[in-house]
Ligand binder design. Structure first.
Ligand code: 6PG
Length: 251
């Protein structure tokens, strides 16, 4: 069967702040062009912090928060008050500063038992996010990439999960052992838009391998298996993260 080529859009900015602001500008234009509910799944970690702060500082009034449903790509299984909580970080930088209806914030309950919460969160996604081809179809999934090539909480030691039949999984971080709940590649790849937000020199080598690997169609890196079959895949990068890319090739 002929390999379906995924169209990949790469935009490079001078520095992490410009990258966050450039993505926020795209996000605002895109959401403004839609009607009705918009389901967005957010990643955590450190990269999105600039974005969330910028959205709170500059888009609190203009964004149609009453149409936005926020979900999480993954969560560390800790309470919201824990410093590792993706929800806790997003609440502090963004949610506490904008008027998004509380019942449109669908957090992963990090303090629950991981397996139980993975099932509960998956059931909530299936009940609330519109479906396409019998999988939930998020309007936007915002991803980061770890230096080891993981994305969401799908790590290189768990490539068996790439083909999983479930909407969510519970895993443990390969080095810290921290339990995590994550959405899976079939859900990510069913989204209308998937955006990687990647900055910093420490991601440059891996990003080059991930983008090259997509050509080779085999890879030890979960981030390389993000190939939205019906949607758009965009990379918002700073110069440092893009420094190993031959952008002529990637075009
Ligand atoms: C998480 C994220 C994870 C993150 C990458 C990159 O819970 O940590 O969802 O997938 O996007 O690890 O993290 P940084 O932005 O901190 O480099």
């Amino acid at each position: 069967m002929e390999e379906e080529l995924i169209s990949v859009e790469i935009t490079v900015f001078e520095n992490p702040q410009d990258t966050a602001e450039g993505f926020a500008e795209w996000l605002f234009e895109w959401v403004s062009s839609t009607e009705g509910a918009v389901h967005i799944a957010l990643s955590g970690g450190s990269t999105p912090k600039r974005l969330f702060k910028h959205l709170a500082d500059c888009y609190a009034e203009d964004f149609p928060w009453n149409r936005i449903h926020l979900w999480w790509v993954d969560e560390r299984c800790v309470p919201p008050t824990h410093e590792d909580s993706n929800y806790g970080m997003t609440k502090k930088l963004l949610l506490d500063k904008v008027d998004i209806p509380a019942d449109q914030v669908h957090r992963i309950i990090g303090e629950n038992d991981p397996d139980t919460e993975a099932r509960r969160y998956g059931e909530e996604i299936l009940a609330r996010v519109p479906e396409r081809e019998s999988w939930p179809e998020f309007d936007l999934v915002l991803l980061g990439m770890g230096g080891d090539g993981h994305t969401a909480s799908i790590f290189p030691n768990r490539l068996d999960l790439i083909e999983t039949a479930t909407v969510t999984v519970s895993v443990t971080h390969p080095s810290s052992g921290q339990p995590r709940v994550s959405i899976t590649h079939p859900v990510i790849n069913n989204a209308k838009h998937v955006v990687f937000l990647i900055t910093g020199p420490d991601k440059a080598d891996m990003l080059q391998q991930v983008l090259d690997a997509e050509e080779a169609n085999i890879s030890p890196f979960p981030a390389a298996f993000v190939e939205p079959d019906g949607g758009l895949l965009s990379y918002y990068l700073d110069v440092a993260a893009a420094s190993k890319l031959d952008l002529e090739d990637e075009a």
